[in-house]
Structures are given as structure tokens and as C-alpha cells.
Ligand binder design. Structure first.
Ligand code: AMP
Length: 218
């Protein structure tokens, strides 16, 4: 099963990808997470990507396709992939089609997660994660049970993405609408597109995605 979660920043792609990974055993492939790991490692890809990500622009297709191809060549990618934040341009979508065809695989579904822009800005500008285990929180909607202490691992250190501020979020939304939104028509024309309401509660969104996946198997 190869699945794309398509949607603007803050739509909940990463949250849903992690839940589906746990439930179904598919691997989440988040190009954003891979780039942040490259930045932390101080690699050449990370050095190239940092300034571009900080201002909310897209990293070049070449760099992205390079890291995706490398990840896809790893042995743990057997049971299927949930693409999160990839593809983001028509060129990336076409390259993914070729990559999958080369592995005698196909794309099973593209799930578009729809959320209003103002909700996205609120969601992203308030989010932060545990610096130790990565659990996600929000200043308003999902605070830790005990202030300043991670519910999952007890750590007292938290971090915020440098691009999760209102100005950059608005820029990222513009970039999404211009460069990534055309993929909705691309996948609709291929008959792969399914739409879910990304404004619903997390568990309801997961159920909606599972309904789509069950429908594919029927
Ligand atoms: P994300 O974690 O998916 O929100 O991605 C964070 C940032 O990483 C984006 O704003 C882009 O700068 C960069 N990025 C992640 N995935 C891609 C991609 N598929 N193509 C181009 N840039 C990307």
C-alpha cells in the first residue's frame, strides 16, 4: 500500500501518518523530518536546505528526489509507504510515479486533508514538541497534563520549529497554494484522489482515512 497524505502545512499529515504507521505497519516518509534530521546532522543537504526552509520556500526537486530515492532503497520499506509532505510539486509527483513503476509498485491512494487557512495559522503558530521523544503539543488545544512536563516521557525540554511562526506559516500557505495545490487536479485526473475533512478531531480523521483504505481493498 502506497499512500500520499496531501494537504497544507498544519493539516495534520504528520499526526495521521504516525497513527497509521503504528496501526497498519506502513512506513511514514516525511521529507520535512528527513531535512530537519539532515540539518541537525550538519550534512551538505542540511546546509543547503536550512535557509530555504526557514523562509518557508521549497527545497529543490533534485535534493528532495535524492533523499527520497535513498530512503526508498532501505530494507525496511517493504509493506508500503505513507508519503507525508511529498510530493510537493508536479515534477516530484511525476518522479514518484516513475520511482514506483521502477519497483513494480503503484500509488494506491492520495488523501487530501482539507483545513481552512486561518485554522492552519492558529494550529501551526501554537505547536511545539517534546525535545526528547517528539510528542506533539499545542499551546491552546493540546497542553501537557502537567505544565512543562511531557506526558509521554517526563522530559521538561520542549522545542519549536523555526518555521512555525505566523509570518512563515502565511508564506508556506502561499507556496502550498501555488506549487503544491495543482497536485489535487493531477491525482483527481488519475482517479486516485480522496478528500477528508482535516478540521475534524484527530480520531475522526483517522477513521475517515481508514474508510478510504478499506474501500480500496473491497
Ligand atoms: P514539512 O515538515 O513537511 O512542513 O516541511 C518543512 C519544510 O521542508 C518545507 O516548508 C520545505 O521548505 C521543506 N520541504 C519538505 N518537504 C519538501 C518537498 N517535498 N519539496 C520541497 N521542499 C520540502
Amino acid at each position: 500500500m502506497n499512500l500520499i497524505l496531501l494537504g497544507p502545512p498544519g493539516a495534520g499529515k504528520g499526526t495521521q501518518a504516525k497513527i497509521l504507521e503504528e496501526k497498519l505497519g506502513y512506513k511514514q516518509l516525511s521529507t520535512g523530518d528527513m531535512l530537519r534530521a539532515a540539518i541537525n546532522a550538519g550534512s551538505e543537504v542540511g546546509l543547503k536546505a536550512k535557509a530555504i526552509m526557514d523562509r518557508g520556500d521549497l527545497v529543490s526537486d533534485d535534493v528532495i528526489l535524492g533523499i527520497v530515492a535513498e530512503r526508498m532503497s532501505k530494507h525496511d520499506i517493504t509493506n508500503g509507504v505513507i508519503f507525508d509532505g511529498f510530493p510537493r510539486t508536479p515534477a516530484q509527483a511525476e518522479a514518484l510515479d516513475k520511482m514506483l513503476a521502477g519497483r513494480a509498485q503503484k500509488l494506491d491512494a492520495v488523501i487530501e486533508m482539507k483545513v481552512d487557512d486561518e485554522v492552519l495559522v492558529k494550529r501551526i503558530s501554537g505547536r511545539f514538541t517534546c525535545a526528547k521523544c517528539g510528542k506533539g503539543y499545542h499551546e491552546e488545544f493540546a497542553k501537557p497534563k502537567v505544565a512543562g512536563v511531557c506526558d509521554a516521557c517526563g522530559s521538561t525540554e520542549f522545542k519549536r520549529r523555526p518555521d512555525d511562526n505566523e509570518k512563515t506559516v502565511r508564506d508556506r500557505l502561499q507556496v502550498y497554494n501555488k506549487q503544491t495545490a495543482p497536485l489535487v487536479a493531477y491525482y483527481h485526473n488519475k482517479g486516485n484522489l480522496h478528500v477528508v475533512d482535516g478540521m475534524a478531531e484527530i480520531a475522526q480523521v483517522t477513521s475517515a482515512v481508514e474508510v478510504v483504505l478499506k474501500g480500496l481493498k473491497a
